[in-house]
Unconditional design. Sequence first.
Length: 164
Amino acid sequence: MAKKVAVIMGSDSDLSVMQGAVDKLKEFGIPFVVRVISAHRTPAAAEQFASSAVEEGFGVIIAGAGKAAHLGGVLAAYTTLPVIGVPIQTSMMGGLDSLLSMVQMPSGIPVATVAVNGAANAAILAAQILAVNDSALAEKLRVFKAEMAEGVARKDASLQAQFQ
Ligand code: RP5
């Protein structure tokens, strides 16, 4: 059975950003669940979710959090699954706080951190991880990249025409 992706966020206030991951997972036809679990407000739930994620059929965990953004690291501490962190932009420090909290993991517990608010890229990376053992998904990713390249070529042609 196809592995699922977990889209976990520290608060429902992260949803507008994390929707970008949900949309991309839908585009690739990847099964997913969406949860609010906080490293600080519900640490027992974070432990429970991550500890059972392999047996629950997940292949990758995406963790979005802002400010003191320890969610990805805490989940990664309790699972052997790859964890992709999405630092959420904050009003006070623009998301640099979230980024550094997430990316500066101690040796041994990696969190593959994408750009601030980079939820779509987190989903694409999750798809690429799952595609290692899923040739149909790998083909969807190949088409996705080819269409992206065609889009850039169209823009290039348009700009060249505009400035000739
Ligand atoms: C983090 O604190 C969440 O991931 C969110 O980005 C931030 C603020 O949470 P709320 O106070 O809006 O619930 O844990």
